[in-house]
Design a binder for this molecule. Structure first.
Ligand code: 8IG
Length: 275
């Protein structure tokens, strides 16, 4: 193992110990990363056991971007322990891919077997309107980076778990599936970049998720991805992109997203085999 690798694993171990002690739990079953628009329902998923500001846990920092929260909430849903992050470290913050993957690695260290990853993003499908929820079927990592170290040839042929997608369709059969392309950000794409992503097969563009999913698959977690399309991507509509409008679309969708997340977590906790 490289010294680098030892360090990021140590950080995840320390963070996991701190969460165990502060929440008084021996482990968790499910982890959730809540992105733009998704975090308002975090404390209504189940019975909250503990709320810990992320900057009080080793290796985390509190997000500074408007619309992103910054807590680790440990909550109990249908007899399962769920760790909910109401914010994430983005690649564009420049802290590196290990900082981006730290929450997922900490969850894996705590014994999580399922990761629910959510985000707010732009969309390429003109039949979708802002506020559309899209189930991730696959992704394209356009960051040129990875959280994996060394020759770690993990299988990504079904990164987004089929059984979990079926489970969500059992709750809402109308949800479309999409392919999410992660750009580095923090600038939104140019119209030409959006066209490129579309030619590659992407239907969603964003600045998160794929690096976290790589870390999750490397740790053996099953992944469910949910996107909130807050805006049509640059050039797809005539509108310009504005962060405040993106936040507003998230706020408008918040009650619907909270209700969906509550149903999804309940269904995962009560039906998935945690062994
Ligand atoms: I919310 O249109 C949100 N995040 N890259 N492009 C990218 N990220 C986003 C977008 C978008 N909307």
């Amino acid at each position: 193992m490289t010294p680098d690798a030892a360090n990021y694993l140590d950080l995840a171990c320390d963070a996991a110990d701190e969460i165990r002690h502060r929440a008084g739990v021996s482990g968790i079953d499910i982890a959730m990363v809540l992105g733009s628009g998704w975090s308002s329902g975090a404390d209504k998923l189940g019975n909250v056991v503990a709320t810990i500001p992320l900057d009080e846990i080793t290796g985390f920092s509190r997000p500074v971007v408007a619309g992103h929260g910054g807590d680790a909430i440990i909550t109990e849903v249908a007899g399962r322990n769920v760790l909910v992050y109401t914010g994430r470290t983005h690649f564009y913050e420049g802290r590196g891919t290990d900082a981006v993957a730290h929450g997922v690695r900490t969850a894996a260290e705590l014994g999580a077997q399922v990761l629910v990853v959510t985000n707010g993003c732009g969309g390429l499908d003109t039949t979708w309107k802002p506020g559309q929820v899209v189930l991730l079927r696959d992704h394209i990592n356009l960051t040129g980076a990875t959280p994996l170290h060394g020759p770690n040839f993990i299988d990504m042929s079904e990164a987004y778990d089929k059984e979990l997608r079926t489970l969500v369709h059992g709750i809402d059969p109308t949800l479309p599936e999409g392919v999410y392309a992660q750009f580095t950000g923090p600038a939104y794409e140019t119209p030409a970049e959006v066209r490129m992503a579309g030619i590659m097969g992407a239907t969603l563009v964003g600045m998160s998720t794929t690096l976290e999913v790589l870390a999750a698959r490397a740790a053996g977690l099953r992944v469910l991805g949910l996107s909130l399309m807050t805006n049509l991507a640059a050039g797809v509509s005539a509108e310009k992109l504005d962060h405040a409008e993106v936040i507003a679309a998230g706020r408008e969708a918040a009650p619907r997203l909270a209700a969906l997340l509550a149903q999804v977590s309940e269904r995962i906790a009560s039906t998935i085999d945690f062994g």
